[in-house]
Design a protein around this ligand. Structure first.
Ligand code: 13P
Length: 272
């Protein structure tokens, strides 16, 4: 499976013009580095800019589009109806959106999104053919009790988030589902997890997935990843990429990350 670098722009930037400019700058960097045959990149802007960014994406030439796709930061479990403020899977797909992030810790914290809600979103999104990035990760108070406590926390999120999902027919393609392990204390703090611990958690997460999912699922790490440390994480086979917040808002940074991860893979392939 190709490594995946997903850019979560969160509630940034402040205007559509700046979102278009950032997207173009990123696309340019990725084309320059010619690395996308080895690493895949997904850009997840706020919903309000999705139409504009999807339009910009369509204008790119075939080379520039290769290995690059657009994602949303959330999705609702109903397609249409009296659900104020929500956006359904088909609405996203009609714009050409391929990926959705589900259950980000900021949504769990500030919007009180529960595992049951996350479960409904994943079920619907996978059934409708979207690629899902499920976010899990423990808060500092849990991690301070040790790795075993962190594992229990994450296991619970996975079990509840994925309850019954197989039953709803999620025959997703290879790479169509990803879990991003984002310890909450590492998000936006500049204090990333120890790569070895993150890789061990990734291995644990893969084991906890429903039967048959492990080999088709990417496990990403997220939390203060930048071009300086991304290789420390993805050099572990268990870690299939990264979910990047702050550093993805700088085109040069994000481009450098994709180039490094992609280049590393190419190098290894050449040696084999
Ligand atoms: P930072 O990369 O800013 O720590 O954010 C990580 C994150 O939350 C990505 O979803």
């Amino acid at each position: 499976m190709r490594k995946l670098l997903a850019a979560n722009w969160k509630e940034n930037p402040g205007s559509e013009a700046r979102a278009r400019a950032l997207f173009h700058a990123v696309a340019e960097k990725l084309t320059e580095s010619h690395s996308r045959s080895a690493a895949e990149a997904v850009i997840c802007p706020p919903d309000i800019y999705l139409d504009a960014i999807a339009g910009e994406y369509r204008k790119l030439n075939r080379t520039a589009k290769r290995g690059l796709s657009i994602g949303a930061q959330d999705v609702f479990w109903e397609e249409r109806g009296a659900f104020t403020g929500e956006v359904g899977p088909a609405m996203l797909q009609r714009l050409g959106i391929r990926y959705v992030i589900v259950g980000h810790s900021e949504r769990r914290r500030y919007l009180h999104e529960t595992d049951a809600m996350v479960n409904r979103k994943i079920t619907r999104a996978l059934r409708d053919g979207l690629r899902v990035i499920l976010c899990v990760g423990e808060p500092a108070a849990v991690r301070s009790k040790g790795i075993a406590a962190a594992r229990r926390f994450v296991k619970n999120q996975i079990k509840k988030g994925l309850t019954g999902v197989e039953r709803h027919g999620s025959r997703f393609p290879i790479g169509g589902f990803a879990v991003a392990y984002e310890p909450i204390w590492a998000i936006g703090t500049g204090k990333s997890d120890n790569p070895k611990d993150a890789a061990e958690m990734a291995r644990f997460i893969r084991r906890e997935l429903p039967r048959g999912w492990g080999s088709r699922t990417r496990i990403l790490y997220g939390g203060s990843v930048d071009s300086g440390n991304v290789l420390d994480f993805v050099e572990y086979n268990e870690v299939d990429g990264a979910l990047v917040g702050g550093a993805s808002l700088r085109a040069g940074e994000f481009g450098a990350m994709v180039a490094k991860v992609g280049g590393r893979r190419l190098l290894r392939r050449q040696r084999q």
